[in-house]
Write a protein that binds this ligand. Structure first.
Ligand code: AHR
Length: 497
């Protein structure tokens, strides 16, 4: 048994945790949208206007704040007008990147009905790679224009006379790669062109520029792309957020070795460095305007997830512990991180649910979102962690790093501290003293997500193998001490007097 200490200062809030940190991403890829979300109104699978009711219920339970759509790489070849025609006239097109045909049954209005049913904000990613500012402007007009125009009439004709008022608009996706292979400087010029018209048309929207994703497409380094983009994009009024991506893989989905298990958690050091570097750059280039950092694609991408199987993979307890550690990291950088979107909502990559015909199963990662949802809109708290470490060599970094065995974040809302602890070890239970710097504790409630082996997963046949267990309510008179089991996620709700 190892020992640790977490010190938390309840009176020292760092920043409000933007609820959008707990966001999702759904692309027209494999079975994410078609079958995962959309089955059509005539399906035997229970649906509301064509959208699976089991998926709506699952996302509602999480209070999912935002969903990014329609891609991903698909966004830069998507032509929105194909998806707002009468159903029978919608063309069957091709989805180049994911090598499947696109029926265009799920278009803007279907996406908006999905968001309304879930109660989340929509985030649309525009087509820069094969589109034009005119096409993007038309989409914005279709969605948000309250006056009289052909496009607002078309929206009304399609069932929505009121403007949708969509707030979040991404200007392209991975434009250094599948989004057109721009250089950072050329993309900045293109971004400026798009953003000028979008902003003029609807000053209320928030625009998201495409930043770097480390390690892909022989990019110039992460810092160089973001730096060169910001240096060229001098119109601070045109940018609200910069988005970066990061995917992780160490070993295969369910058969990784213990050393691959540890290496994966070491890789979070690399993501922390991405956030720190982007934080510095945004502060430097836009000193007079707050520009948020969005990580609008992140998660585990196991080698088994390939185009041929629609990027599907097994999602184990290890993936869930990893998700909790990543969300802890985002909570801890809440002063800059304004949104994150785990890839991808249903069936694809680190999905929160998998479907098989009419059946659905929640992955261990789903339960992490359920356990951590109370951080949304809470105040992220200052904390210190003393705990044993392990050595890791994070991807893309030259030096070895020493990584704490525990990952921690704490937040405060309505006199309750929510403490989330991910035990990042394969085999060490860690007895931990939780020091609240003199604050009086009334009681502690909690849930723990754990299983005998971090390789355990939920399946359609055995959907409850991994399920959070409630901890007994504890009255605390003196010191608060808790043992965090190996490869687990624990959320403690600590009521203060
Ligand atoms: O999520 C799968 C793909 O990964 C996305 O389409 C793309 O943006 C990224 O490279």
């Amino acid at each position: 048994m190892s020992e640790a200490c977490i010190r938390i200062w309840p009176e020292l809030p760092k920043a409000t945790i933007n609820p959008n940190i707990y966001g999702h991403f759904a692309e027209h890829l494999g079975r994410c949208v078609y079958e995962g979300i959309w089955v059509g109104p005539k399906s035997e699978i229970p649906n509301q206007d064509g959208i699976r009711v089991d998926v709506i219920a699952a996302l509602k339970q999480l209070r999912a704040p935002v969903v990014r759509w329609p891609g991903g790489c698909f966004a830069d070849q998507y032509h929105w007008r194909d998806g707002v025609k009468p159903l029978k006239k919608r063309p069957q097109t091709t989805n180049i990147w994911w090598q499947q045909s696109e029926p265009n049954e799920f278009g803007t209005d279907e996406f908006m009905r999905f968001c309304a049913a879930v109660g989340c904000e929509p985030y649309i990613c525009l087509n820069v790679g094969s589109g034009s500012p005119r096409e993007a402007l038309g989409w914005l007009e279709y969605c948000n224009f309250g006056g009289d125009s052909i496009l607002s009439k078309l929206r009304a004709h399609n069932g929505h006379p009121e403007p949708y008022g969509i707030k979040y608009w991404g200007v392209g996706n991975e434009n250094w790669g599948c989004g057109g292979r721009f250089t950072a400087t050329d993309y900045a010029k293109e971004y400026t062109r798009y953003a000028s018209y979008l902003r003029a048309f609807d000053p209320g929207i928030e625009m998201i520029a495409c930043g770097a994703s480390p390690g892909d497409y022989k990019l110039p380094t992460f810092v160089d792309w973001n730096h060169d983009f910001c240096a060229e994009m001098i119109h601070a009024d045109l940018i609200d957020h910069l988005s970066i991506h990061r995917y992780f893989n160490r070993g295969t989905g369910a058969t990784f070795s213990d050393s691959e298990y540890a290496a994966l958690f070491g890789d979070l050091v690399a993501m922390e460095r991405d956030i720190q570097q982007a934080d510095r750059l945004l502060g430097y280039f836009y000193p007079d305007r707050f520009v948020g950092l969005i990580i609008d694609e992140w998660g585990l991408w196991h080698p088994s997830a390939v185009v041929d199987n629609g990027l599907e993979q097994v999602s184990t307890l290890r993936d869930a512990v990893f998700a909790a550690a990543a969300l802890n990291l985002f909570n801890n950088y809440a002063h800059r991180v304004t949104m994150t979107n785990i890839a991808q909502t249903i069936n694809v990559l680190q999905a929160i649910a998998i479907t098989d015909g009419g059946a659905m199963c929640l992955t261990p990662t789903y339960y992490v979102y359920d356990m951590m949802r109370f951080h949304m809109a809470a105040q992220s708290l200052t904390h210190e962690l003393d705990c044993p470490t392990f050595d890791a060599h994070p991807m893309g970094l030259r030096q070895k790093h020493s990584v704490p065995q525990l990952s921690v974040s704490a937040s405060l809302a309505r006199k309750k501290i929510l403490l989330t602890v991910a035990n990042q070890t394969v085999d060490a239970d860690i007895e931990t003293r939780i020091d609240l710097r003199g604050a009086k504790v009334l009681n502690v409630l909690g849930r723990v997500l754990n299983s005998a082996d971090p390789r355990d997963a939920n399946t359609i046949e055995a959907p409850k193998t991994i399920f959070p267990k409630r901890l007994k309510r504890e009255q605390v008179d003196g010191e608060l001490v808790h043992t965090f089991p190996a490869h687990s996620v624990t959320s403690l709700s600590i009521s203060l007097a």
